[in-house]
Design a protein around this ligand. Structure first.
Ligand SMILES: [Fe+2]
Length: 376
């Protein structure tokens, strides 16, 4: 009996074995009191941690604990499809990125989280810097995802572009073809923007630093700030609305916000889009800045096998379609085609091939550049 139980202990994770040792240390210090119990109660008491430890080990491969900052309608199909294919049940916690990161940090070694999914390379970089991700070696992920859309620790599953949006009546499209043009004094009082502290703008600046160097990138930021129509406020959709209303002539927005308005069932949203023109930036040179949504396996993941299976599933054809289309984004796997009327209407464009890991690497410097330039 004892031999069988000991044999079960060895395949258990180190953490669990440590818990068992800790449990027995406490037990030994109170052994005298325990010996006064009747024999069957004593035996049950000593075997308790084995029973507790063994139960999750057998159930471990059937569960995946997902912490997600995504919440789109099509995600239901995305997750139920995984359970149907693998028999692994998904326990999902959805919250804002920063809340989830804080929660994972507070839970520490005992965190039940297996996978963290979020948007923007800057946020993934933050999780990575905190040492939360575990490296994943997967031939499937390596072969399905292009090298510029993955790092050792996290993976991109969809892409979005940061584009220029102009008011048709106020600005000539030929005047705003590149991000650099936003700093042209010709556009004085015409530029609207969200805060420079927001990850979308930080990632854009990270790409400018990679391309132009920090000094030139800062000069650009100062030029854009000098052209502001108003102090930065609101999100990307607020900027698009301000451009459509003529409050400013030009702004920068993530592509999916525009696709969302184009696809909207509200007539007002579609009318708004008639007032603006979308410009794919830097098409004659580097291409439009690309960002991602993605995720990684956590170092403390209790269900690592399930976690790797899930990441590999996200790179599959079906999952790619759900994942990208749910937020009007493009699949990260190049061979997967999404049928999305709004994205199709926006047309084809040249994307900046800069490795996403570079955005992560430059994100701290990017924030400092904005601070110095007064892009608050
Ligand atoms: Fe967004």
């Amino acid at each position: 009996m004892i031999t069988a139980d000991v044999a079960v202990i060895f395949p258990l994770p180190i953490r669990m074995i440590r818990n068992i040792i800790a449990f027995y240390s406490v037990k030994l210090s109170t052994l005298r009191r325990n010996l006064q119990m009747n024999p069957s109660r004593l035996a049950l008491s000593l075997l308790a941690p084995l029973i507790i430890a063994v139960q999750p080990a057998t159930a471990a491969d059937k569960v995946l604990n997902l912490y997600s900052a995504r919440h789109y309608q099509t995600d239901e199909a995305l997750y139920s499809n995984f359970t149907t294919q693998t028999g692994i049940k998904i326990n999902r916690i959805e919250a804002k990125e920063d809340e989830l990161l804080e929660r994972i940090r507070n839970e520490g070694a005992n965190s039940p989280a297996d996978i963290f999914i979020t948007v923007d390379a800057t946020r993934l970089a933050k999780a990575d810097e905190l040492g939360l991700f575990a490296p994943v070696n997967s031939k499937i992920l390596e072969s399905r995802l292009p090298p510029q859309l993955r790092s050792n620790d996290w993976f991109a599953f969809s892409t979005r572009a940061r584009v220029l949006v102009i008011n048709k009546d106020a600005i000539k499209a030929t005047d705003v073809q590149n991000y650099e043009d936003l700093a042209n004094p010709k556009l004085k009082g015409q530029v609207c923007s969200r805060s420079g502290a927001h990850p979308y703008n930080i990632s854009l600046m990270a790409s400018m630093i990679a391309r132009l160097g920090e000094a030139k990138a800062e000069e650009w930021a100062r030029g854009v700030v000098a052209n502001f129509a108003r102090a930065p406020k609101g999100g990307d959709t607020d900027q698009i609305k301000a451009v459509a209303a003529g409050e400013c002539g030009v702004t920068i927005s993530n592509s999916y916000y525009l696709a969302r308005l184009l696809r909207s069932d509200k007539a007002d949203d579609r009318k708004l889009m008639e007032k603006v023109t979308i410009i794919w930036p830097n098409q004659t040179n580097v291409g439009a800045h690309i960002n991602i949504s993605g995720g990684g396996m956590l170092k403390t993941a209790p269900n690592k096998e399930s976690a790797v299976k899930f990441l590999e599933y996200l790179a599959s054809d079906d999952a790619q379609r759900y994942f990208a289309d749910g937020n009007n984004e493009w699949p990260a796997v190049p061979s997967v085609v999404v049928k999305n009327v709004a994205l199709d209407a926006m047309g084809k464009f040249k994307a900046d091939p800069l490795p996403i890991a570079m955005l992560a690497k430059n994100s701290a410097a990017a924030q400092k550049v904005y601070d110095r330039a007064g892009w608050r």
